[in-house]
Structure formats: structure tokens, C-alpha cells
Design a protein around this ligand. Structure first.
Ligand SMILES: Nc1ncnc2c1ncn2[C@@H]1O[C@H](COP(=O)(O)OP(=O)(O)OP(=O)(O)O)[C@@H](O)[C@H]1O
Length: 269
């Protein structure tokens, strides 16, 4: 049987901001149904990968394909159709503070469909039920905890039944219990709803626990990819430093600086 084609593919892709090149010659495939984590050093280009996939930025070279379509060549309608198939959970959830939990989840349905109110109600309650918050529908974002807010944002991200959900730091700022709940939920929803999930995250333990594969991005390149087990065993010095949380390695603890003796006076120590 032929292998199914990846849902998302970056081919020899370089991109950046203005003249600045941030990603260089990136090759990455996102398989249908998987949870792919994008991890790596700070400023390495992880969020930029999500921006390319969402076509917030265009490649300078190479291609970004979604379900076989080159994102660069889409017209307005084509882009709209593709974006409807992508759910996004922004850093910290980013709920609308002046809308109730219910209205936050209803928002994409109201924006992108002409469904009757009774159907919107059912869909919103189904999504809220999936994240365990059907009972919180009438609360305002200021009345719920950070962990609950993240789950509401997740319900909103899947409101339109997307094919893929892009998560940018979904665990940032959560306590360890809420973090564990959010991580399990991402995995469970991925499998139960037949989604594909891409997670940019720094939380090694939780992310490795739920990811099928991990792409390690550093200095604008995918320097390693594989299962969490494979990355744990990686001998790449950068990956090794990251997964074993070592303070020093290819990523230096000290910023480049003048010699200590010169800054503090010779013989000070
Ligand atoms: N809008 C922008 N304009 C110019 N440069 C940018 C912009 N966004 C990001 N950059 C730069 O691109 C590089 C990669 O940024 P990106 O946010 O993709 O990294 P990251 O791996 O997600 O980092 P972090 O883990 O710190 O969030 C960084 O050097 C950053 O300063």
C-alpha cells in the first residue's frame, strides 16, 4: 500500500523577517493523525515554523505544502479554506476577556459559518464537554483558573473541527497539575477527533509524554527528529544538552564577555 502523503510538508524551506533569514533549508513532514512536537533552543525558530504553516509568513525559498497544496500559490478563497482546516491555540490561550466561556467557543462558529443558533449551542456544548467544562459555560474568563482558560481556548481551537491544531506554548504558565491535564487532553482530543497536532513547547517531560515525534529546531534548522525515545538517546550534542537539561554545552551558560581578570582586575580571584 502506498504511504499516505503527509498533511503538511516543508521542503527545503528558508524564510525570515525582512532580509533576516530565520529558518534555513528546513525539511519537515507532519503525518496525518500524529502529535508532532517542535522543541529546541530559545529563538531557534519554532514559532516561525508555525507561522509558515499558518501562512502568516511566506517562504523566501522552498515550499510549504498543506494537503499537497503549495501555500504560497493560494488565492484569498483558497487560503480561507485552508485556514478553516487549522485550529490555533495561541500562547496563554488568549481568550476574549469581554466574552463568556460559551461565547469564546462560539466565536469561530459565528465568524465562519451561518449555522442556526440551536446548532451553534449544541456544537459549543459538545466542545466544552470534550474539555470537561460544559458546566462553566456562563462564566467570564476572569472567573476561571489559568488551567481552565487553557481548556476553553482548546475548545475554541477545535470548534470548527479542524484537521490540524497548532499549539504555541500550550503549557506556559500552568501549574504542574493543570499542565498534566492540558497535555493529556491534547493527546486524547487528537486521537478521539482524528486530528493532527503540532505543539511548540519547552516542557520536555509533558511534551515527550504525549508526542509521537519530536522535531528539534536550533539556529533555524531542524537538527534532529524522531520519537521521544530516539531523541533521549541522541548523541547530537545540542539535543543531548537540551533533553538532559544541562546548563552548559553547545548552548553556553555564559554570554561571550571580556575575560574575568580584565573585568574584575588581574589577581582579583
Ligand atoms: N516578527 C518578527 N520580526 C523580526 N524578527 C523576528 C520576528 N519574530 C521572531 N523574530 C526573530 O526570529 C528568530 C526566531 O524566532 P522564533 O519566535 O521563531 O523562535 P522560537 O524558537 O519560537 O523562540 P522562543 O522559544 O524564545 O519563543 C528570533 O531570533 C527572533 O528574534
Amino acid at each position: 500500500m502506498p504511504a499516505t502523503k503527509p498533511l503538511i510538508e516543508l521542503r527545503e524551506l528558508s524564510c525570515g523577517y525582512g532580509d533576516r533569514v530565520v529558518l534555513q533549508d528546513v525539511n519537515l513532514q507532519v503525518r496525518r493523525g500524529e502529535v508532532l512536537a517542535i522543541m529546541g533552543t530559545s529563538g531557534g525558530g519554532k514559532t516561525t515554523v508555525l507561522r509558515v504553516i499558518g501562512r502568516q509568513i511566506l517562504p523566501q525559498r522552498g515550499q510549504a505544502l498543506f494537503d499537497g497544496q503549495d501555500l504560497s500559490t493560494l488565492d484569498r478563497d483558497g487560503l480561507y479554506a485552508v485556514r478553516r482546516r487549522m485550529g490555533v491555540l495561541f500562547q496563554f490561550g488568549a481568550l476574549f476577556t469581554d466574552l463568556s466561556v460559551f461565547e469564546n467557543v462560539a466565536f469561530p462558529l459565528r465568524e465562519h459559518t451561518d449555522l442556526p443558533e440551536s446548532m451553534i449551542r449544541d456544537l459549543v456544548l459538545m466542545k466544552l464537554n470534550a474539555v470537561g467544562l460544559r458546566g462553566a459555560r456562563d462564566l467570564m474568563p476572569s472567573e476561571i483558573s489559568g488551567g481552565m482558560a487553557r481548556r476553553v481556548a482548546l475548545a475554541r481551537a477545535i470548534a470548527l473541527d479542524p484537521d490540524v491544531v497548532l499549539y504555541d506554548e500550550p503549557f506556559a504558565g500552568l501549574d504542574p497539575i493543570s499542565l498534566g491535564v492540558a497535555a493529556r487532553l491534547i493527546r486524547e482530543l487528537n486521537d478521539a477527533l482524528g486530528l493532527t497536532s503540532i505543539i511548540v513547547s519547552h516542557d520536555l517531560h509533558e511534551t515527550f509524554a504525549i508526542a509521537d515525534r519530536v522535531a528539534f529546531v536550533a539556529n533555524g534548522r531542524v537538527v534532529a527528529q524522531g520519537t521521544p525515545q530516539e531523541l533521549m538517546a541522541s548523541e547530537d550534542p545540542l539535543v543531548h544538552q537540551f533533553v538532559h537539561a544541562q546548563a552548559d554545552g553547545p548552548v553556553r551558560f555564559h554570554q561571550p564577555a571580556l575575560p574575568v581578570a580584565q573585568d574584575f582586575g588581574v589577581g582579583a580571584f
